[in-house]
Write a protein that binds this ligand. Structure first.
Ligand code: IPE
Ligand code: IPE
Ligand code: MG
Ligand code: MG
Ligand code: MG
Length: 305
């Protein structure tokens, strides 16, 4: 599915189509009872999103250069399970994030937020069910059982109270508060960075990447995770809803501390460029095999939505 000659945008398109098909198969059909819940789950997950997290998992997969076809097939299948699990978790986090009791946003991925279309109660349950499905899919990964247990633990800790959900809790508590740079960085590393890190850790586990390489990848992920959220904050203040496909201006409206509110747009943008350089540096040990990861870093930094 990859060639050095494929343009990044074309590669992303292929990855997106692929993960869309994979997700479509893992999700229950909308005719299965309870139909309304299954419709909502498909609505939350399919037909939208940049799929950056899935792309990260597949791009990390390219670091592996074994030529044994069976080995490669097993890896591809495992990467699909990991990518699907992560995209389900991400979709669940967005459904809950948009709820009136959280960010109270009404537009997501160019469509009405899930609770607008299906109601708040179903939005809660959709998130719950997507999370459960993510673990079910990851449990069916085709790697050794002890590694599967490890993968499940990694996912659980990445999204729990000292991971994504913990970050979301701090985000809510920070409304009308002033945070220091360090506190803000910590909040971002939890609410956004933890899921990005999880992508790379799961791929590393599947590919059996050694500790030294893993620590380089960790540095890469830390940089792009933080850059991703700072860009999200910048876009929230600078970009209109039709381009973003989601409710914008929410951070300032809710008086949430962000890198933009703390540093101003110009400095926030400088910071993003610095993080981009750090991400590229972290990839040096991978030589050519890290080229898609480098392109993803650029995509995160230069994206317009
Ligand atoms: C938005 O993530 C939520 C944050 C963590 C800031 P994305 O911008 O990746 O959302 P989609 O998947 O492309 O819709
Ligand atoms: C959300 O951050 C992070 C999640 C874990 C979902 P935001 O609240 O900034 O995400 P958007 O801007 O609504 O997509
Ligand atoms: Mg939020
Ligand atoms: Mg939000
Ligand atoms: Mg945002």
């Amino acid at each position: 599915m990859d060639s050095h000659h494929t343009k990044f945008s074309d590669w992303m398109k292929l990855q997106n189509q692929h993960i869309e098909t994979v997700l479509g198969k893992f999700l229950q059909d909308s005719k299965v009872t309870p139909e309304y819940l299954h419709q909502a789950m498909r609505y939350a997950v399919l037909g939208g999103g940049k799929r950056i997290r899935a792309a990260l998992i597949y791009a990390t997969g390219l670091i592996c250069n074994s030529s044994n076809p069976n080995y490669i097939l097993g890896i591809k299948n495992s990467l699909d399970h990991a990518a699907a699990a992560i995209e389900l978790i991400h979709a669940y986090s967005l459904v809950h994030d948009d709820l009136p009791c959280m960010d109270n946003a009404i537009l997501r991925r160019g469509n009405p937020a899930l609770h607008i279309k299906f109601g708040e109660a179903i939005a809660l349950l959709t998130g719950d069910a997507l999370q459960a499905l993510a673990f079910e899919i990851l449990a069916k990964i085709s790697i050794k059982p002890d590694l599967t247990v490890k993968a499940l633990k990694i996912l659980a800790s990445s999204i729990g109270s000292v991971g994504m959900v913990g970050g979301q809790a701090i985000d809510l508590q920070s409304v009308n508060q002033e945070l220091s740079m360090e506190e803000l960085k910590r909040m971002y590393s939890l609410k956004t960075g933890a899921v990005f890190s999880c992508c790379i850790t799961l791929s590393s586990l599947i590919l059996d990447i050694n500790k030294t390489m893993q620590s380089s990848l960790d540095n890469y992920t830390k940089s792009i995770g933080l850059a991703f959220q700072i860009v999200d904050d910048i876009l929230d203040t600078t970009t209109n809803e039709s381009t973003l496909g989601k409710t914008s201006g929410k951070d300032a409206l809710k008086n949430k501390p962000t890198y933009v509110s703390l540093l101003g747009i110009k400095q926030a943008k400088c910071m993003v460029q610095k993080l981009r350089e750090e991400a590229h540096e972290a990839l040096i040990p991978f030589g050519k095999s890290g080229f898609r990861l480098a392109e993803i870093a650029d995509f995160i930094v230069f994206r317009k939505y």
